[in-house]
Every structure is written in structure tokens, then in C-alpha cells.
Design a protein around this ligand. Structure first.
Ligand code: MD3
Ligand code: FE
Length: 203
């Protein structure tokens, strides 16, 4: 089921249900080379989600700010390459939402445990804001907060379940968004966590 939540913003419910295990296996392989870690915000706070990356560039946060870089700051090595299945699914999801020819070069992998949240923010560290962002939800469900284009807007709440994909582009590309604290639970595919893949054209 395809649900348009705002101009340029689509929820594709169950879009990756059939390949969820394949995506999780690939994400686990990435995490062998580049383990999940809690980055620090520029203000010095530990981020509540654990993160890693794959692709040409990875999203990092530290005392110097938020940015994309080609190497893992923990190892100095390039990020693991992006699994082909990630690139394919991102291209297909973006095309379904009306953004043909999307080729991501960065995938941030977020791991949420119960209680983990992500406060309302905009994604604005990518060079080309004309490219959409594709996000994949795996494991425990989340309440996604969609605030629209002004921080003062009261966020709308959407449930994102295992296998759901969201695409954000055009007039919604700079929308405020976040994730409410994850509820306790168990999911057969991931155990006690939610994994989110966020595919972007960063460079
Ligand atoms: C709406 N991650 O990593 S993905 C992030 O579930 C991030 O891990 C969340 O926000 C997560 O930056 C949400 C959905 C998402 C991603 C980018 C967006 C929603 C967006 C950009 C614009 C509007
Ligand atoms: Fe975001």
C-alpha cells in the first residue's frame, strides 16, 4: 500500500517485506567491518541511536559538527561498500514515489533499542537536496514524527513497521522529522531492536 503523507513524501508499506532478511544479513555484514557506535553530538551528548554506515560516504557526528566523510573515524578505513541490494531497493522505491534514477552513495544504518528516540531535525548535510532520501524500517515498529516544513508545526505520527519504506523528496525533502521512543518488544527478525537504513545521495 502506498500512502502519500505530504507532497513528495510517501510511505510504501511492506515494500521490502520479501527481502527483509536479506537486507538485515547485509547490514550485519557491514557491522562486522564497521561496528555500531554511539556518536557524540556537536554539543557533546551521546546519541541515543547506535550507528554505522556503508557506501562511498558515511554520516558522522562529533565535536566538529555533522558531516559526511569517506572513512570511518573509528578505524580510518573507508566505509564498507554499499550492498547492491541496498542500491537496487532504493532506486526502485524512489521511482515508485516519482523520483526516477535515484543512485544513493551513502547509507546510514541506525539501531534503536527500546527507549531510543531521535528528536525532531532536518537532514541538510547532503550536497544535492534535489535528490530524495529513502528509509527502510526493519524489526521493532516505530512511531515516526513528521513535522512538515516548520519546526513549530505539530508533528503528525505514523507507525513504521518491519518492511516499510519511506521516500522523502521534492517539497518534503527538508521537512522536520524524528522518531518517538521505541516501545519494548521482540521481533523475530531483529530481536529487541529496530534497524533503519537511510539511503542518500550525500556527495
Ligand atoms: C523526512 N532517521 O537518520 S528515517 C536520520 O528512523 C533519520 O532512523 C530516522 O531521521 C530513523 O536522519 C528517520 C526517515 C526520514 C529520513 C529522512 C527524512 C525521514 C525524513 C528527510 C526529510 C523528511
Ligand atoms: Fe533525519
Amino acid at each position: 500500500r502506498e500512502e502519500r503523507i505530504a507532497p513528495g513524501a510517501w510511505l510504501l508499506h511492506g515494500f521490502v517485506s520479501e527481502i527483509a532478511d536479506t537486507l538485515l544479513d547485509a547490514a550485519r555484514q557491514v557491522a562486522v567491518q564497521a561496528p555500531f557506535r554511539h556518536m557524540l553530538t556537536p554539543g557533546g551528548h551521546r546519541m541515543s541511536a547506535a550507528m554505522t554506515n556503508c557506501g562511498t560516504a558515511g554520516w558522522v557526528s562529533d565535536a566538529h559538527g555533522y558531516r559526511y566523510q569517506r572513512t570511518d573515524p573509528d578505524t580510518g578505513k573507508p566505509w564498507p561498500s554499499m550492498p547492491e541490494v541496498f542500491r537496487q531497493l532504493a532506486k526502485q522505491a524512489a521511482a515508485t514515489a516519482g523520483f526516477p534514477d535515484f543512485i544513493p552513495d551513502a547509507c546510514l544504518i541506525n539501531r534503536y533499542q527500546p527507549g531510543t528516540r531521535l528528536s525532531l531535525h532536518q537532514d541538510r548535510n547532503e550536497r544535492d537536496i534535489n535528490a530524495p532520501i529513502v528509509s527502510v524500517s526493519l524489526g521493532l515498529p516505530a512511531i515516526f514524527l513528521f513535522g512538515g516544513n516548520r519546526r513549530s508545526n505539530k508533528p503528525q505520527r505514523y507507525r513504521l513497521a518491519h518492511g516499510d519504506v519511506a521516500v522523502w523528496g521534492g517539497p518534503s525533502r527538508l521537512a522536520y522529522h524524528g522518531v518517538a521512543p521505541i516501545a519494548n518488544g521482540h521481533h523475530p527478525a531483529t530481536g529487541e531492536c529496530r534497524i533503519n537504513l537511510t539511503l542518500r545521495k550525500a556527495l
